[in-house]
Design a protein around this ligand. Structure first.
Ligand code: ISE
Length: 339
């Protein structure tokens, strides 16, 4: 029987996940959809054969038709829905950030431990991007968006955009972040988004990661990363594989947002999660490993701790240390990434 997935939140990412599961993931189907905007939920559900819109996220989590849940609602709602899924013992894939605060992430970790199984996977899809590997001492990252919603503040950029580099760089380096420094060339003005921002992550053993975040770059969505090793470098290839030469110029397209750039990563993330749920249901993994194969709640917590240190650096000025984090035995036993 396919994994029957309920999707909470049908903004950009929720709608994209519905489409990817329906068209490109095997062994799963989207059966229920909920959104605070009921019209939008109905519209998305009408495009999926057999799917229906439900009136609330809570009723979706409780529905006997739903085996597993994707949470793609606003960041502030993540922890309450994740906790409800753990209580209902339903596998959950939560979009990043797991929660905006460290305290909420800690509650999730405690609940998962009490439930006796990892139930939560976090949507840090960059880990599924083919090719991002290396054995490094330094990295230069560029993270540019065309634009962001008017409600975004400098903090939102850290919690929502920089959280990807904050997750994936320690994973690639296999080292924790021990210190951070935040800077911006834009003078502080109350209530104004400071853009661009620069974040430096200092990893255990002294490796450094420089992250430029420029979320109103206008020209397109672009992610760059060069990792510098002791004997060479490795970098992400340009996004578009096609170069057009005409009218005395050579040009490449730049995508408008992350969905095109990371389409294959999202597909692999969802397929890997669905396969993990199927193995767990079949009883072929240790029960406390849970229906997770990829970034788990501990990774979500770790990203929240580092993000808060970046926000501390932003508000006080100058470097900030990251509170040391010791990986509990419960999570150590089943790590597929970053030991
Ligand atoms: C967006 O929310 C994402 O998750 C994208 O992956 C990220 O690159 C972008 O900056 C965010 O706005």
């Amino acid at each position: 029987m396919p994994v029957r997935i309920g999707v909470i939140g049908t903004g950009i990412m929720g709608a994209d996940h519905v489409e990817t599961i329906t068209t490109a993931v095997s062994g799963a189907e989207v059966c229920c959809i909920a959104d605070i905007d009921s019209k939008r939920a109905e519209h998305i559900a009408s495009r999926v054969p057999g799917a229906k819109a439900l009136s609330s996220a809570e009723s979706l989590i409780e529905s006997p038709e739903v085996d597993s849940v994707i949470i793609a609602s606003s960041d502030a709602t993540h922890s309450k829905y994740v906790k409800a899924c753990i209580m209902a013992r339903k596998p959950v894939l939560c979009e990043k950030p797991l929660a905006p605060t460290v305290a909420e992430c800690e509650e999730i970790l405690r609940l998962e431990e009490a439930a006796g199984a990892r139930m939560v996977q976090v949507g840090f899809m960059r880990r599924f991007d083919p090719g991002e590997v290396g054995s490094p001492v330094l990295a230069h990252c560029v993270h540019r968006n065309v634009d962001v919603p008017a409600s975004w503040t400098s903090d939102t950029v850290v919690l929502s955009s920089a959280s990807h580099e904050i997750d994936v760089m320690p994973w690639i380096f296999s080292r924790d972040v021990v210190g951070v420094n935040w800077m911006s060339p834009i003078a502080p003005v109350a209530g104004v988004l400071r853009d661009p921002q620069m974040v430096i992550l200092e990893l255990e053993g002294g490796a450094l990661v420089f992250v430029e975040l420029f979320v109103t770059a206008g020209y397109g969505y672009e992610i760059r990363c060069e990792i510098v090793g002791k004997k060479g470098t490795i970098e992400l290839a340009p996004t578009s594989r096609v170069v057009v030469r005409s009218d005395l110029k050579a040009s490449q397209n730049v995508p408008p947002d992350w969905r095109g750039r990371f389409a294959e990563a999202y597909r692999r993330e969802l397929q890997t999660w669905v396969d993990a749920i199927s193995r767990w249901r079949a009883g072929t993994v240790e029960s406390d490993a849970g229906p997770v194969d990829g970034p788990d709640a501990w990774d979500g917590y770790r990203a929240a701790v580092v993000s808060q240190a970046v926000l501390a650096s932003m508000s006080k000025g100058g470097p900030a240390r990251v509170d040391s984090m010791s990986l509990p035995e419960f999570y150590r036993r089943h790590r597929t990434f970053f030991n």
